[in-house]
Design a protein around this ligand. Structure first.
Ligand SMILES: C[S@@+](CC[C@H](N)C(=O)[O-])C[C@H]1O[C@@H](n2cnc3c(N)ncnc32)[C@H](O)[C@@H]1O
Length: 255
């Protein structure tokens, strides 16, 4: 099920990294969201064991490692990881990068991480409950799970017209209308999964996570990449001001 997503990210990794220009100054949470240096959701990460799931180009883990965290980072896409490994070498930080699927975290021991972090990757999960239950298992007692992704309200709006384009109640797999072939003749489409806010909250609560914060921030002055080129079509400023594109959850393992 994750193969189509892996193929998409392998085919687009280079372009994504070029157009996003994600900074290493602090971990980011996504379009028009403040960075971790402002939100301070994780606290001091020095000597903390952090697992980043869906690390992409590794910028967030690099930012954590520069602050003294011990980072492991997984991603499905070999091409994203290639970029991440190169970037961490350039920045002289050691990160344990692994190619893997966050739907399956069996490789990690129970109660072994202080923090599990994810920026803009869990919208590619076909089963958030499966991910959450494994994250709960691998976190230490009182461990933190902090993640961001597309705000479910933002996803239902047509960016050009600012009109509702589909039902909020339509959840599950969504795919782009257009497709193309990669160099291995794989048909590539942009695929993601839609959840309602209540689906996300209830999946965390059912795992016994304590949800400490839900943030719906709007930072119009932050990263400039979102205001340029192709991104500006997906994140038109006039729409962003009406419905923020990013939602962030901070949850804690209580027992
Ligand atoms: C939008 S990018 C975000 C990457 C990075 N967190 C960032 O902020 O730039 C989404 C990433 O999630 C990864 N991904 C998608 N599904 C995944 C899965 N099931 N397991 C691991 N990584 C996955 C993709 O390969 C891609 O690198």
């Amino acid at each position: 099920m994750s193969k189509e997503i892996e193929n998409y990210w392998n085919a687009t990794a280079q372009k994504y990294q070029k157009k996003s220009g994600i900074s290493l100054a602090s971990a980011h949470y996504g379009p028009y969201a403040p960075q971790e240096k402002d939100l301070k959701l994780l606290g001091n990460v020095r000597n903390k064991k952090i697992l980043e799931i869906g690390c992409g180009g590794g910028q967030c883990s690099i930012a954590f490692a520069r602050q003294g965290a011990k980072c492991t980072a997984i991603d499905l896409s070999e091409e994203q990881l290639k970029f991440a490994k190169e970037l961490s070498k350039e920045n002289k930080v050691e990160i344990d990068f692994r190619q893997g699927d966050f739907q399956d975290l069996k490789a990690f021991k129970s109660s072994s991480f202080d923090i599990v972090f994810s920026a803009y990757a869990l919208q590619y999960s076909f089963d958030l409950r499966q991910v959450f239950s494994q994250v709960y298992r691998i976190l230490k007692k009182r461990g933190l799970f902090v993640f961001s992704f597309d705000h479910p309200f933002y996803l239902i709006i047509k960016k050009k017209t600012k009109k509702i384009k589909e039902s909020y109640f339509q959840t599950g797999r969504m795919e782009s209308k257009s497709s193309w072939e990669d160099k291995n003749k794989n048909k590539i489409r942009f695929v993601y999964y839609k959840n309602k806010l209540s689906d996300i909250y209830n999946a965390l609560a059912d795992e016994k996570f304590m949800v400490e914060k839900i943030l719906e921030p709007l930072d119009l002055k932050g990263e400039k990449a979102w205001t340029k080129g192709e991104w500006s079509k997906f994140y038109p400023k006039e729409l962003v001001k009406l419905v923020g594109p990013t939602i962030i959850f901070k949850a804690r393992k209580n027992k």
